[in-house]
Write a protein that binds this ligand. Structure first.
Ligand SMILES: NC(=O)c1ccc[n+]([C@@H]2O[C@H](COP(=O)([O-])OP(=O)(O)OC[C@H]3O[C@@H](n4cnc5c(N)ncnc54)[C@H](OP(=O)(O)O)[C@@H]3O)[C@@H](O)[C@H]2O)c1
Length: 260
């Protein structure tokens, strides 16, 4: 079998960086994408030292419409086919919908949802033609419920969850795998980007990004569609199903409250 090529978006930190490490350990060739070139190059160097695999760095800002197409065209012009697309890049913004700038909310929709959809649409035909590979999307437990205090973020993750599960079903029998990794609170830069200097009133324990990535990588390799890492997160998703729809949103509102 030819060596697998894996494109990881948001590989410059957190879960994406650890997912890249997991796929590199399989012997895959890596394409690392994010805005922070320096961080990507440091990871590329680390992976290159640790594994025999080739690593390529792609600097791209997925909040810019047209960026997904540019990436696809650039790789196609070099005859590079992507076997596994890991749509991990994403960010949140804390605060009520009315107080966060509309520009920031739309940027979030572009990165978390539109770029993910566009990259999937662009790379999927090649995967279908070769009858190998697949897509690992990074959703969130936030995708299972509405999120007052981070309204648009939760809604983008609901899209990622629904889109991934539906696509997995459509592609059943094609030889391709679609998985959606749904982490709960995880140690990474996510909180700093979402909340700046504010802190959540309620504290919960966090998983390490390495443990979350390992769970997602193993789930993808096993063909698991919906992967929720950690007992606490699994319990949360299970209990959420049992409650009337009006209750979880009240709990989430409390959870997302921040203080200076
Ligand atoms: N941490 C959590 O508690 C948690 C929980 C559930 C789900 N998640 C999801 O996990 C994924 C990874 O987040 P993380 O926790 O690892 O946070 P992180 O450390 O902040 O990593 C986010 C990654 O996304 C990239 N990114 C953000 N905006 C981008 C843009 N405009 N263009 C290209 N890349 C961009 C960042 O790279 P650059 O800044 O270099 O561009 C970075 O590599 C996200 O989809 C997030 O929603 C996180």
């Amino acid at each position: 079998m030819n060596q697998e090529t894996v494109l990881v978006t948001g590989a410059s930190s957190g879960i994406g960086r650890d997912l890249a490490r997991c796929f590199a350990a399989d012997g895959a060739q890596l394409i690392l994408l994010a805005r922070n070139t320096e961080a990507l190059e440091a990871l590329a160097e680390e992976l290159h030292q640790a594994h025999p695999s080739q690593v390529r760095v792609l600097t791209a800002d997925l909040s810019r419409p047209g960026e997904a197409r540019r990436i696809f065209d650039e790789l196609a012009s070099e005859k590079i086919s992507v076997d596994v697309l890991v749509n991990n890049a994403g960010f949140g913004a804390s605060g009520s919908f009315a107080e966060i700038s509309l520009a920031r909310q739309l940027e979030m929709v572009q990165v978390n949802l539109a770029a993910l959809t566009e990259l999937t649409g662009l790379f999927l035909p090649g995967m279908l033609q070769r009858r190998r590979g697949g897509i690992l999307n990074v959703g969130s437990v936030a995708g299972f419920l509405p999120g007052p205090g981070m309204t648009v973020y939760y809604a983008t993750k609901a899209f990622v969850l629904s889109f991934s599960e539906a696509l997995a079903e459509e592609l059943r029998g094609t030889g391709l795998t679609v998985s959606v990794l749904c982490p709960g609170p995880t140690e990474s830069d996510f909180g700093r980007v979402a909340r700046g200097s504010k802190v959540r009133r309620l504290k919960t324990s966090k998983m390490t990004s390495a443990a979350v990535a390992d769970h997602g990588h193993r789930a993808y390799r096993r063909g698991v569609v919906t992967a929720v890492p950690g007992f606490q997160n699994k319990l949360f998703v299970f209990l959420n199903r049992l409650l009337p729809r009006s209750i979880p949103r009240k709990i989430v509102r409390q959870y997302n409250q921040t203080m200076e």
